[in-house]
Design a binder for this molecule. Structure first.
Ligand code: SF4
Length: 702
């Protein structure tokens, strides 16, 4: 860290990376961030992880887009291995904003005129501020005139949200992760907070030191095992078998909370009958956990006075992801572990604004605040607000849009900040779809893998260059401020969306993101008593908030759930196999995810000097036993093949990975993990099965 006197100014903002939403201060020297310090925010208490502390220099990367670009005639739409994103003028030419906006919007308007509204779709991003997300979904709904708008929540927690909406009537967490400090027992399942939510992990460690029992349920080991009372490995994809067996014990031994169930829930009898079929002895082989251990987990959780469950994408990214989340909800409801301090259900949200972007309606089946597009009464409120009729038909989701492009149904797209050429499953299929689009507009900081398919690229604003609100995993709405000037011709994202909207004839006249926030408050009851001025003054307000001077509710649903009758619902499930079980040809489980140092598709962190130096190369992590079996040493090339593709990358030993599994991070374009992944979808959340694909490992390169 530098000397604060040596910098020109200090700007308070929020970390641009994960859903923890750490508050920080940018220290600026010569219009560049010199260093970053944590602030005393409600979710970080001055702490930052390596990404928040050192991942700040990407806005100044030499390959940063500073002028609009238009594809040169005759350049094929594909990923060209010889293309250098730092030298985009080999494939694109520079354009003025007027020319680029005319081309960007003109191509979309022409397709709508020729082919009808459903020929268009939009991907926003959880990197968008709330105001940008609101404007983007409003543009799709009122300009494109359909609901084909989605973003990376579909690849992240869509199944968790589907289960929470169904069972509780609300898709957000019921309590902040700080409540872990009040809990007697905390279950962490399908999550790896020390890697993916590092500052939240520090509070779990603190809770453990204070006496909270931490129970970790996961196919893989993790750093927090050292703090756990119980750390249990189960077979990949066998989540429902394990959870139903735990529920069986709770019911068979009478450990459930009868009074809570009677007063606050419905459907318990159906759950009881369903889990009667899942005694630990019957489920043990399926999930790989001894019956005695299953009983121990059940008793510890059910007998606790206060207990919480946290989960991540190990739960959600399965074809049975919604069922997994339904089971966790049933556990909490059966034991009455919601609605009080130290209790609750908490899907740890991934990106810094995936909660807010979802709240703001960047989802194809719901309007802002999760109001179904098919509900005429709810829809009419937005028709009145926007003075436009709205489509009642739910739109297509991320993977469905790629399929619709191949089917010739979707022909033009506007992609803001998302990188589906890296983040979608089965990338050969997704990239072929992007190449088929008749018109693609990409708005981003760099010529990402997706932007290489674009007809027009619009240079956007990085987080430290913009003002806007974001909502973290704890439902805390927080304000980010402008710390850096925009480079070259780059523009604020809200301004670009508005320019496109006005070329659809929408006549928007926003002058500042705060005006967008004011409009959001008219359509989103969740923002009641939260104002721009208040956020500027207080930095953070939790929703729901009951009064202009109240701090907001950290724990919700103490009295009733937001469902008809006020009761939560049990949703029984039964174990289903993964879509693509291992077999003799593909005997190893491929699972994918993030690393501590790299963020999602790497578009920001791989352009951050310190983070890229810490983790410069694509690696595949395997158990020591698996490496010996393959005759591979750490660092040797290893080839991974699935039914969809092949990649070669360096082997790394990791004793936390079980035998029979390989873990590959998805941030590396040179060995893109998603060339391998299975696009099979959960039927409810429409999320792909990133956490389980059958693969074959071979020593050496291809
Ligand atoms: Fe940023 Fe998340 Fe790290 Fe906090 S924990 S500094 S929000 S990446």
């Amino acid at each position: 860290q530098g000397d604060s006197k040596a910098v020109d100014r200090q700007i308070d903002s929020i970390c641009p990376y994960c859903g923890v939403g750490c508050q920080l201060t940018y220290h600026i020297k010569d219009d560049a961030i010199a260093y970053v310090e944590g602030r005393d925010g409600p979710s970080n208490h001055n702490r930052l992880c390596v990404k928040g502390r050192f991942g700040f220099d990407y806005p100044n990367h030499p390959a940063r887009l500073t002028t609009p670009l238009i594809r040169k005639p005759g350049v094929p739409k594909s990923l060209d291995p010889s293309f250098d994103p730092a030298q985009p003028l080999t494939h694109f030419r520079e354009a003025t904003w007027e020319e680029a906006l005319a081309a960007a919007a003109g191509g979309l308007v022409a397709l709508k005129t020729e082919r009808g509204p459903t020929a268009l779709a939009g991907f926003g991003s959880a990197k968008c501020s709330n105001e940008e997300a609101w404007l983007f979904q409003k543009l799709v709904r009122t300009g494109f005139e359909n609901n084909n708008v989605d973003h990376c929540t579909r690849l992240c927690h869509a199944s968790s949200v589907a289960a929470l909406m169904e069972c509780l009537g609300s898709g957000a967490v019921t309590a902040s992760f700080m409540q872990a400090l009040e809990a007697d027992v905390v279950i962490l399942t399908g999550c790896n907070p020390a890697v993916n939510h590092p500052v939240a992990a520090t509070f779990f460690k603190q809770a453990a030191k204070n006496g909270t029992e931490i129970i970790i349920l996961d196919p893989r080991g993790q750093a927090l095992d050292a703090y756990a009372t119980l750390s249990v490995r189960f077979k990949p994809g066998a989540d429902v078998a394990l959870f139903n067996a735990i529920l069986h014990v709770i019911i068979a031994e009478g450990l459930y909370n009868e009074a809570y169930i009677a007063e606050h829930t419905e459907g318990f009898e159906a759950l009881k009958q369903s889990v009667a079929l899942s005694p630990p002895e019957a489920m043990s082989e399926l999930c790989g956990v001894e019956p005695a251990v299953i009983r121990d987990i059940a008793r510890r959780y059910a007998n606790a006075e206060k207990a919480m469950i946290f989960w991540g994408m190990g739960i959600s990214q399965h074809t049975h992801g919604t069922d997994n989340a339904r089971c966790l909800i049933s556990l909490a409801l059966a034991c009455g572990h919601t609605g009080r301090p130290g209790t609750g259900l908490h899907p740890l949200r991934g990106q810094n604004n995936v909660q807010g972007a979802s709240d703001a309606g960047m989802i194809p089946m719901v309007l802002p605040d999760y109001q179904p597009v098919g509900d005429a009464q709810l829809r009419s409120a937005f028709e009145e607000l926007w003075s436009m009729p709205l489509d009642a038909q739910p739109g297509l989701t991320v993977v469905e849009i790629m399929d619709a492009i191949h089917a010739g149904l979707v022909r033009g797209m506007y992609i803001l900040g998302e990188n589906p050429a890296m983040s979608d499953p089965d990338l050969h299929h997704a990239r072929a779809a992007l190449g088929k689009l008749e018109h693609l507009v990409v708005q981003d900081l760099f010529v990402t893998e997706t932007a290489q398919f674009a007809d027009v690229i619009l240079p956007a604003s990085a987080w430290p260059e913009k003002e806007g609100t974001v909502t973290n995993t704890n439902r805390q709405v927080q304000l980010g401020r402008v710390a850096l000037p925009l480079p070259g011709e780059a523009k604020p994202d809200w301004w670009i969306i508005q320019e496109i909207a006005n070329r659809f004839g929408l006549g928007w006249e926003y002058q500042h993101p705060s005006e967008v926030f004011e409009e959001m408050k008219q359509g989103m009851a969740s923002l009641n008593h939260i104002s721009w001025e208040r956020l500027a003054r207080e930095g953070s307000v939790t929703y729901p908030c009951a009064a202009d001077d109240a701090p907001g509710q950290d724990v919700v649903f103490s009295d009733a759930f937001p469902r008809a009758g006020g009761k939560a619902k049990f949703a029984p499930t039964r174990p289903l196999p993964p879509d693509e079980p291992v077999d003799d040809d593909y005997p190893t489980v491929l699972t994918t995810g993030r690393q501590l140092e790299h963020w999602h598709t790497g578009s920001m962190t791989r352009r951050s000097v310190v983070l890229d130096a810490l983790e410069p190369d694509a690696v595949a992590s395997l158990s020591p036993g698996e490496l010996i079996r393959l005759g591979v040493s750490p660092g040797d090339p290893l080839t991974i093949t699935t039914r969809r593709g092949t990649i070669t990358l360096a082997a790394r030993v990791d004793s936390k990975i079980p035998d029979g599994m390989v873990f590959v991070p998805f941030a590396y374009a040179e060995a893109a993990a998603n060339l391998l992944t299975n696009p099979a979808l959960d039927p409810y959340g429409k999320i792909p099965e990133f956490k389980y694909a059958a693969c074959r490992l071979t020593r050496g390169g291809t």
